[in-house]
Design a binder for this molecule. Sequence first.
Ligand SMILES: [Zn+2]
Length: 432
Amino acid sequence: MKKIYRVFVNITILTTVLLTHTNVYAQNSFDKWFKDNGLRIDYYHTGTDKTEQILFKELKFEEKWGGRKNNLIDKFAYGSYFVEVFDLKTKTLIYSYGFCSLFEEWQFTAEAKTMSRGFPESLIIPFPKNKVKVELSSRQYEDNSFKKIFEIEIDPADLAINYEKPVNAEVKKIFGKLEPENALDLVFIGDGYTKNEIDSFYEDVQKTAEYLFETEPFKTNKEKINIWAVAAISLESGTDIPHEKIWKSTALNTNFYTFRSDRYLTTSDYHSVRDYAGLAPCDQICILVNTETYGGGGIYNFWNITSAKNSHRFEVFVHELGHSLAALGDEYYADEVSYEDIYNKKLEPYQANLTTLVNFDSKWKNMLDENTPIPTPVTKENLKTIGVYEGAGYQKQGIYRPYISCKMKSLGVDFCPVCQKAISEIINFYAE
Ligand SMILES: [Zn+2]
């Protein structure tokens, strides 16, 4: 097994490319194409380190649509996977988004070289009024291009669509005045809280939200954000800590020791997570785990997970939200190389805060002072200088970060200006 140096754990792998579709765009026409509900496409993402296959499970109706209604077409092209919804009759592209997944992280483990494995995933789209075709594409490591790996035609009148309400849990709005379609909706779900610990969950959400709103750029954008709490009740208190032989029965099945990394707190039970998330209008899933053990994880447009009782919990949460909300890369690295193959240094990564200098014009070059050298030396004078500092994305060489120190690198510091800009753009995209 590779030695892991990551303080926080998350990988948003691979890189940026312009989407090749030239179909007619359908911005600003939500009511023409969609109803005010969600449609979930459940499947299993399976394969090895070099192969992948999608095994369809079922379609599920979701009562709430909390997502975008104005910006229906994704303009960022972040993430390793891309979903596109086409009106079947006119072939118009009517909705799209990018995301990352736990499966792709597993593909970089030693285990993936020796066996096939499958992980539950879901695509979430607004409920279509007419027949649609949904396509899922996967970014290719060699050249950044997207390759279609799955497609499905959906008839909204199909009697096989599952309308069952899968779970029951109390939902509370903790903060925010806006309608969901005009806000970024963060949905907090508790894991490892028993029936008697639900008040503790609400308190954890409240405190986490207060910390978030003291952190830029969330402070400035506070009025564009709604915070929801879904009180999932677990049978037992805590979470699985396999390397300490601790196992707990919990609603979302979270666990440490993911891919044999002690601190990597995740859940592979994505369909259960979505069951709870579907109870609230949801743009981002934020899972708080009732444990004091340090850890967390954040995957772009998938979920972020944080230990709710650890002393670093708030900072870890905000860091992980940087991954899950804005697809930011980690700006840290180690002297010894780990995860050597994650970024293809011949290509520009898609993460807004990382560059290989292959296409720096597409990144934060316009935020640089004209006298700032590239690469920029790490000196005391440069502590507040936007530059191009070597060492980021787990690599000591060949990948550059915009600031000497940033929340995507260390605890106890602010997001750098480049990360703040990227996060603000995403918040506005949801809230416009
Ligand atoms: Zn940064």
